[in-house]
Each structure stands twice: as structure tokens, then as C-alpha cells.
Write a protein that binds this ligand. Sequence first.
Ligand code: AMP
Length: 306
Amino acid sequence: MSLLVVGSLALDTIETPFGKAERTLGGSATFISVAASYFTQPVRLVGVVGGDFPKKELEYFEEREIDLEGLQIKEDGKTFHWHGKYDYDLNTRESLVTELNVFADFDPIVPESFQKSQYLCLGNIHPALQKKVYEQMQSPKLVVADTMNFWIDGAYDELLEVLKHINVFIINDSEAREISKEANLFKAAKKIQELGPKIVIIKKGEHGALLFYENELFSAPAYPLESIYDPTGAGDSFAGGFIGYLAKTDDISFENMKRAVIFGSTIASFCVEKFSLEGTRELSHLKIKDRFNEFTRFSTFEPAEL
Ligand code: AMP
């Protein structure tokens, strides 16, 4: 089934205790569309970059069958730039710089050939832009959205407006607490469900994820990794793997969404093993399948009588 992704395309500077990468490829739409492309192709992309965006990265997108018809290239502008820094606790990060650049006056236009896409992923960008994209679509089957604290703090009302239209909201634990103003994640999910999305996924970093599907709950494990170098893009890779698998199977039942959560976690686990996009740039179906199977092996057990 067809999948459309909108979000940021970025040149990131990333600092972790293990190293630094400057002006490397990043952005929510980048991580989402690359992750999704291992499940479904082509992935349709809507976004904007400046004249400084490396041509070789555009070629890479094309190699992965990411359809760039909806990508605007502003030759005179500069690409969105984010500078993030992580301490040894890789679950918390500081945004040192967020330069919107070409995103500041981005007017997203969904090409006519993309408007009937069945699956829509509204990656992390200003919620008003997410809404503009949603409004150009012709009744998508499933709308998934993500956001981050930058927009919860800076565009809360616009975010509430977007929430009314989406089916699946993917956020991390601290963002869930911030939006709902509830410390307990179960209560937070219930409150968010009342704002619109009947399905809420709360990511808990190295502790897995919770899938709230109407009144049902699935607690997904995290893959036990020996080395984590850079968590940047993990959330977006999760979202890309999740929606990519749903678009491939065209099944949005609770049972299939559990599998989608594990495929999302699988791609996220590859993402954090290397810097920026390096962990997911060159994956194979075999690698993904093997790790998915390991997830199952690590987290299943026999029922027991007491
Ligand atoms: P994640 O680690 O999955 O939350 O996403 C990391 C990516 O989000 C980075 O590659 C950044 O370029 C991008 N990013 C950071 N801040 C923002 C923002 N305010 N709006 C859109 N994208 C952002």
C-alpha cells in the first residue's frame, strides 16, 4: 500500500560521549523514509531542503526508491540544522541549536499523485505544517504522527489541533507526561486518547515501548544492545519501521500492530548502533528478519501454573 512521509530533512551536528559528527544527514523524514523503505517501496516524501543539501544524499534516497516528487529544493536557502548533545545517560539530550532555515517559511505541497496515499506518517515538524499536509490528503486509511518537546513547548495549541485528526500518536515517555500533565504513563496514554488518537505508542528508550490500542495494551521489550553510540533518529526509525510494515501488510489489527511495533524497535536498534544514518543506511531483509526473530526469542516464555 502507498505510504507518504512528511517531516524534517536536516544537517545535524551530534555530540555523544563516544564522538562527534558535524553536518551529517538527519531529520525526521530522513530516518522515517529510509526505515520504511525496507518494507514498502516507493516511499513518497514531502519536505524541503536548501541548496547546501548534498546531492549524493538525494541520489541515495532515489536508490532506496524514495520518491522525491514532493521535495522542494530551495537553492538560495539553507537546510534545517539541529545540534544535539547527549550525556552518558543517552536517554536525555539537549538541543543546543535548532535553525529552521528553509522550514521557517515552508509551504508543503502534496503532489496530486501522492494525495491518495493510504498510509500517512506526519514526522516531527511544526504541527501547523503537519496539519497542512493532512488537509491535502484524500481520506488516508491510517495517519501516524510524532512530535517532540520543542513543539509541545512552542506550538501546543496547534499540536492539539493535529491530534484530533490522527489515528496513531508515537511519543516518548517524557513527551507523553508533558502533553498530558500526568506522571503515570497509563493515565497519560488515556488522556492523550481523549485528545483524538485512539492508538498511542509510548517509547521508553532502552526499556521498550507501550502500545495502547483502544482498550488493549501490549508491552514491547527493547532489544538488549551491547553498544549504543548515537540515539539520534531512533524514534523516527521506529516510526518508519512501524508504518512501513503496516503499509506492506495493509492490516491495522491489534495483532499486526504488535508485530509492527517489534519491526519498529528492530530498525531503531540498528539505528543507535552507529552514528546518524549509518546504522540504517545499508540494512538487508535478512539482517532485519534475524533481529526480529531474536526479539521474539528474548521475550517469549511458557505460561506456568502456580
Ligand atoms: P529522534 O532522535 O528520532 O527524535 O529525531 C532526531 C532528528 O530530529 C534529528 O535528525 C533532527 O534533525 C530532527 N529534529 C530535531 N529537532 C527538530 C525539530 N524541532 N523539528 C523537526 N525535526 C527536528
